[in-house]
Design a protein around this ligand. Structure first.
Ligand code: WT7
Length: 699
């Protein structure tokens, strides 16, 4: 339960002037609305739904569901019977009804300082309509699935909204994933078309996206799944661009931007190579040529509330990624409401979320949530440390960013360089700071709050998941007194509980499994193509509850503190990876007989990957093999999964039934000698050897 009054001690409060204009100005108001949202969801969400356009009204219950596997199939339905279109609501409604056509939707800031572009709501709508017509001309229809593998460019938003406009389902794959991962996702989601780009720069590094995409499509063909349509955006290469009217990518600016500042000129002197862009005219089509001839008129396709909107893959503990499926109406209401209230959005805000659109944070809080509110955002292609570690704060000053949302790993990274790179920028436009992705350690929280925000800006530590669609535990900036490191209280409509191992709800201060007792509009509806897996993963262990997979503590004041994953998942730089996924990539190497992967705390990344490998007989471990294994994982999954440590382990600690005891391996990785209860260990002689040869001992 939420306390009647927020605690007055040991907490930090929002400044008074922020409270004056806030949507939810006090804890009392939060509490009052929270009760309404849980007791009368129809009324609470009805007020939010009024802002949107509905072609037809809903007929059944506002929210209908079953969360109990013992009572039948799990389902969630929100506003069944209503028809709408999310693209219409985030674009046409803003341009035509709310007269925001000339308002900037995105300040696009490229990897290179000086490479920039401004796009208004009207321009975005035009581009989306044109591209929706392109998709239609390629035979894409309502219900078809489209894979998108693109860098952080405005055209990525165009592609996703064009899908939504015609009722096609987008499946975006983060552009850091490997060909193998892309292939797996294209096949699992049964996509009929791929949209990609020639390439992009991350800092100094060229990523030849088209080459990787080609490899992925070839892998699909090898597995008898053929996608023979690929639309390619020319982001770095010049070809065709100059002659195409209405293109969002002006010629060649990306590769050799016209930079004013001396230091930037210096850096760019070394000419940037362009990516290789192999072209198969049977399959490949140029984005610019297609869109150039397309009409700007495109009637949206009216969708049912529970029609799928998108699929987005997240790691699963079996190693096979899960295609999390979200549907139209509930997701639209939920991302719109959380964006407005958690960032206390006002029309003159400039908002910046540094996440990539390839993750759920970008889906919900770069595209759908902000656009549903008619917000102006920064869309950033680059890195926080390129060309130097002041880049983020320079961008904040350049666009007068007022609401800033990033990940703890980025904060810790920048913190390493001290406060000087921050202090040389003004940052006086900032009003609210947010974090997401993993528990934030109080030290990083304090630095963010004190140095970046100069104690003027509340920090909203938002806990949520790909599965939850939007924030589920979060402060509201003017209403919730903050405790550094706590995600505080539930958002409207969300009912958390803490369970013990036997599934009993714990009251008062306690620690255990974080679960939710009832759905909210934005919760996922199924795992695409595998509803059973959806039920087993989230609902089987504790019938009647959605299980998050996170551990959680509730303190004496009722604040929730996420303690981290309690399943076989790792959180590396805010990205979830399953140990099984990395292990299966390792054992695919011919030298490896068995592998076990655990997380070891890392000062910047949160966790790093520590891998134990048992080699096949007669093979000895050396640097060459280590490099090969790292490469293997990078190629199978992507650079984010590259092992930090690999230890050759002739034997692994196992139970008598043969289960690897990861708990013990975690201790070894951290050099903690107190192993706890090891009575179930089959052969304890392996332990000493493992400690002896730990990575880090020698270094
Ligand atoms: C997992 C979900 C939600 C977008 C980014 C990650 C961890 C996320 C927090 C937070 C503590 C957090 C959890 C969660 N997590 N936000 N504020 N405090 N932990 O999405 O890849 O689906 O990962 O990230 O462990 O279960 P995701």
């Amino acid at each position: 339960m939420i306390p009647d009054k927020a605690p007055g001690e040991d907490v930090l409060h929002a400044p008074e002037d922020l409270k004056k204009e806030a949507h939810i100005p006090s804890f009392e108001k939060y509490k009052e609305l929270y009760i309404k949202s849980v007791e009368s969801p129809e009324e609470f969400w009805g007020d939010i739904a009024k802002d949107f356009f509905w072609k037809t009204k809903y007929t059944g219950k506002f929210l209908d569901y079953n969360f109990d596997v013992t009572k039948g199939e799990i389902f969630v339905k929100c506003m069944e019977g209503a028809t709408t279109n999310i693209c219409y609501n985030v674009l046409d409604r803003n341009v035509h009804e709310r007269k925001l056509g000339d308002k900037v939707v995105f300040y696009w800031e490229g990897n290179e300082p000086g490479d920039e572009k401004t796009v208004t709501y009207r321009e975005l709508l035009q581009q989306v309509c044109k591209f929706a017509n392109v998709l239609k001309s390629q035979g894409v229809k309502k219900g078809d699935h489209v894979s998108i593998y693109m860098p952080m460019v405005v055209e990525l938003v165009v592609a996703m909204l064009a899908c939504a406009r015609i009722g096609a389902v987008h499946s975006i794959v983060f552009a850091g994933f490997s060909a193998e991962s892309l292939c797996e996702r294209i096949m699992d989601s049964q996509c009929c078309l791929l949209i990609t780009a020639d390439g992009f720069y991350r800092g100094d590094k060229l990523i030849s996206l088209k080459l990787i995409a080609d490899e992925a499509l070839q892998k699909c063909r090898d597995k008898s799944f053929s996608v023979e349509k690929c639309i390619v955006l020319k982001h770095l290469t010049k070809e065709d661009e100059a002659t195409i009217p209405g293109s969002l990518s002006p010629p060649a600016k990306r590769a050799c931007p016209d930079l004013q500042q001396e230091k930037q000129k210096e850096r760019i002197k070394k000419v940037r190579p362009s990516p290789q862009v192999p072209w198969n005219p049977e399959v490949d089509m140029c984005w610019h040529s297609l869109i150039g001839g397309a009409s700007e008129e495109c009637e949206p396709v009216w969708c049912e509330s529970e029609d799928p909107l998108f699929i987005l893959y997240t790691s699963g503990s079996t190693g096979k990624p899960k295609g999390v499926l979200h549907t139209v109406s509930g997701y639209m209401l939920y991302t719109a409401a959380t964006f407005k209230l958690v960032f206390d959005y006002h029309p003159d805000d400039v908002y910046w979320c540094t996440a990539d659109i390839g993750w759920i944070t970008g889906h919900s809080y770069i595209t759908y949530g902000p656009l549903a509110n008619g917000a102006t955002s920064v869309l950033f292609e680059g890195l926080p440390t390129y060309p130097d570690v002041s880049r983020m704060w320079e961008i904040v000053d350049k666009y007068h960013v007022s609401k800033f949302y990033t990940a703890p790993t980025a904060i810790r990274l920048l913190m390493k360089y001290g406060s000087e790179p921050v202090l040389k920028c003004k940052r006086d436009s900032l009003k609210i700071l947010g974090t997401v992705g993993e528990p934030i350690n109080p030290e990083a929280w304090q630095w963010y709050y004190s140095v970046v925000g100069e104690k003027r800006c509340p920090v909203v530590d938002t806990f949520w998941q790909t599965e939850t669609g939007g924030h589920v535990l979060t402060p509201l900036p003017a209403a919730t007194p903050m405790k550094p490191g706590s995600a505080t209280f539930p958002f409207f409509g969300v009912v958390p509980a803490i369970l013990n191992e036997s599934g009993e709800e714990l009251e008062g201060p306690s620690e255990g499994y974080l679960v939710f007792k009832q759905p909210w509009p934005g919760v996922m509806r199924t795992v695409y193509g595998n509803h059973l897996r959806f039920e087993t993963t989230y609902f089987k262990k504790f019938p009647g509850y959605y299980i998050t997979g996170d551990g959680c503590r509730r303190d004496k004041d009722g604040y929730y503190w996420i303690t981290g994953r309690i399943d076989d998942m790792l959180n590396v730089s805010g990205h979830l990876l399953s140990t099984a996924e990395v292990e299966s990539a390792l054992v695919e190497h011919e030298a490896v007989a068995e592998a076990a992967v655990v997380g070891r705390p890392h000062p910047v990344k949160g966790e790093s990957l520590y891998c134990f490998v048992t080699l096949n007989d007669g093979i000895s471990y050396d640097q060459k093999l280590e490099a090969e294994l790292k490469k293997q994982v990078r190629e199978k999954i992507g650079a984010i999964a590259t092992p930090d440590y690999i230890q050759s382990a002739p034997g692994l600690p196992k139970t008598r039934s043969g289960k690897i005891m990861r708990r013990v391996l975690r201790k070894i990785a951290c050099n903690e000698r107190d192993l706890g209860d090891v009575s179930t260990l089959a052969d304890s002689s392996v332990i000493d050897e493992l400690f002896e040869n730990r990575c880090g001992n020698q270094r």
